[in-house]
Ligand binder design. Structure first.
Ligand code: ZN
Length: 201
């Protein structure tokens, strides 16, 4: 059985359970985040299902944005676009940036990544086209904790994020599930407003 078949089979069984419990209309759930929370976190497999549970976040509570290394690459990157929708259309009032220990982005090296892409048939011209941006993205990720603090500073300095949105920074241990607070968005944290976060190429 292919992976696709496995997924579709699992879905069939799950849908049957949902219909049995809730009827044909399915499980009721609000579209807007009921606790007015947006979360930016990493795509790491160890965080799947764990992150929400360890934060006490339930279905319907929050918008969750997952990208490798919970990185914010520029002032109107996809992450910012999602946050803009979460804040202005869905009512998010607090943003939690949740990095994690042992993040794969700490070891991601543009040279090695380029080599692997070329080995898989990607043209050198395509690599050249994105190389500057890839270097800027991967080389700026030095340490998971520093990356979270930098992301908080980036959001605080982003002209599209309103000042009344609280921005917190946390680290998650993917094994114990313990959260460590790095930045409490309820406090002034004004030093982050002048922190250098330039990601210019
Ligand atoms: Zn990660």
């Amino acid at each position: 059985m292919s992976l696709l078949d496995e997924v579709l089979k699992a879905n069939e069984a799950y849908v049957a359970d949902i219909i049995k419990e809730y009827g044909e209309a399915g499980m009721p759930s609000p579209k807007t985040p009921q606790r007015h929370i947006a979360i930016l976190t990493c795509m790491d497999t160890r965080l799947v299902d764990l992150l929400e549970r360890t934060m006490g976040i339930n279905r319907g509570d929050a918008n969750v944005i997952r990208v490798a290394g919970n990185c914010i690459t520029d002032v109107f990157s996809d992450v910012i676009r999602s946050l803009v929708v979460s804040i202005y259309e869905l009512g998010a009032k607090e943003i939690f940036i949740v990095g994690h220990e042992d993040c794969g982005m700490e070891k991601t090296c543009p040279e090695e990544l380029s080599k692997r892409m070329i080995d898989r048939g990607i043209s050198p011209e395509a690599i050249t086209m994105i190389r500057c941006e890839m270097d800027r993205w991967a080389n700026n990720f030095c340490h998971s904790e520093q990356n979270v603090i930098k992301a908080v500073a980036q959001l605080r300095q982003n002209p599209l994020i309103p000042n009344d949105v609280k921005i917190h920074g946390l680290m998650l241990n993917p094994y114990t599930s313990k959260l460590t607070l790095l930045v409490d968005g309820n406090k002034p944290n004004t030093e982050l407003d002048s922190m250098a976060v330039c990601t210019c190429c």
